[in-house]
Design a protein around this ligand. Structure first.
Ligand SMILES: C[S@@+](CC[C@H](N)C(=O)[O-])C[C@H]1O[C@@H](n2cnc3c(N)ncnc32)[C@H](O)[C@@H]1O
Length: 336
């Protein structure tokens, strides 16, 4: 496209685009080239499509939590289409643009300011997969699922202790035996609560696989989770450091070396989230010596500690939700 821009005047290119797409696009990236806007890797997308096929024989819905511009939804819906399955992917998001989203999409059809609704853009991106998709605008901290059994849930919205409690309460109880839970953030550097939840439910879900590129790990339900067990598992108000540390060791044990760096980060970020800056610095130094953490994560963790130490107001505001003081009991009340 850059070569074309050099050869032809801009207005001529716009004219050609108008003929092809039936509308003026000015200098914006064209729909065909933005369909891939995603926070997931190709390997993750292939795993999502394959996972839909893995649960083909089960009854229940397919859920995508935190679909953003829909790359996860497209991967899941493609699985249904390939199977000729008339089922739907229920894709949830607030669909409200946040400043950090700009970092992940230099190219999009419309330009959004923080607070603006981007639902129509996600819908447009579904293209001919629309018959397999239901986009649901919801705040998952308060949403109540009444849609019955679930055979697959892709989780990309457990961004805090509170969201973990709320999503666990609404969707984990609906999972049928052999259902899949795909955690898109499991191997990311700052989601310490995911291991805690999966560790607490280890008698009901077993680790299945993870990607080499990306952060997804998947778990399969070996038996349905009784409601009293679930309520206990999503109550973080009584979480001790000892139990949290056991959960990261457990993740390392079941996933293996691939999880070493991110579990070391989880530990650091957990203590940082509790406001224990000195402890997180000591842990960071230990991990540096052992060269446990991948370079890109190391940079981010160092920056986060430095910002917390400097009392950076905007950092604190952005991360307020991640702090452990927001750890919640089973009904989502703040523990602090
Ligand atoms: C990391 S992005 C998801 C990226 C997307 N799954 C992909 O792979 O391209 C996380 C999404 O979670 C959504 N989200 C965060 N908190 C939410 C909440 N309380 N309720 C609903 N959606 C929420 C955000 O709007 C955002 O689109």
């Amino acid at each position: 496209m850059n070569a074309l821009k050099k050869l032809f005047p801009r207005r001529l290119l716009e004219g050609l685009r108008y003929i092809r797409h039936g509308r003026l696009t000015w200098d914006r990236t064209l729909p065909s080239s933005v369909v891939s806007a995603a926070m997931t890797t190709k390997e993750e997308q292939a795993l999502f499509t394959k996972s839909v096929k893995d649960v083909a024989g089960l009854k229940g819905e397919i859920i995508d939590l935190g679909c953003w511009l829909g790359s996860t939804t497209i991967s899941l819906a493609s699985g249904l289409r390939e199977l000729n399955d008339p089922g739907k992917v229920y894709a949830f998001d607030r669909f409200i643009w946040e400043p950090w989203m700009d970092l992940y999409s230099s190219e999009h059809w419309c330009e959004y300011l923080p607070g603006e609704l981007f639902l129509p853009e996600t819908r447009r991106r579904m293209g001919d997969l629309k018959p397999w998709v239901v986009l649901v605008t919801a705040d998952l901290t308060t949403y109540h699922w009444e849609g019955g059994a679930v055979r697959l849930v892709l989780v990309d919205a457990m961004k805090s202790w509170r969201l973990t409690t709320a999503i666990g309460r609404e969707f984990y109880g609906a999972l049928v035996k052999d259902a899949l839970v795909l955690h898109q953030d499991y191997l990311s550097y700052n989601h310490p609560w995911l291991s805690v939840l999966q560790y607490r439910l280890r008698d009901y879900m077993r680790y299945e696989t993870c990607v080499s590129h990306g952060a997804t790990a998947s778990f399969r339900l070996s038996k349905e989770i009784p409601s009293d067990v679930l309520l206990k598992a999503i109550d973080f108000s009584q979480l001790t450091d000892d139990e949290a540390e056991r959960s990261w060791l457990w993740s390392l044990e079941v996933i293996g070396e691939r999880a070493r760096g991110t579990m070391a980060c989880s530990k650091i970020m957990y203590y940082l989230g509790k406001g224990e800056i000195e402890r997180s610095k000591v842990l960071l130094r230990e991990s540096e010596k052992l060269q446990q953490i991948e370079p890109h994560n190391l940079t981010t963790v160092r920056q986060d500690i430095a910002k917390a130490e400097a009392g950076d107001h905007s950092w604190a505001e952005m991360n307020a939700d991640r702090m452990f003081s927001h750890g919640t009991d089973a009904v989502g009340r703040n523990a602090a």
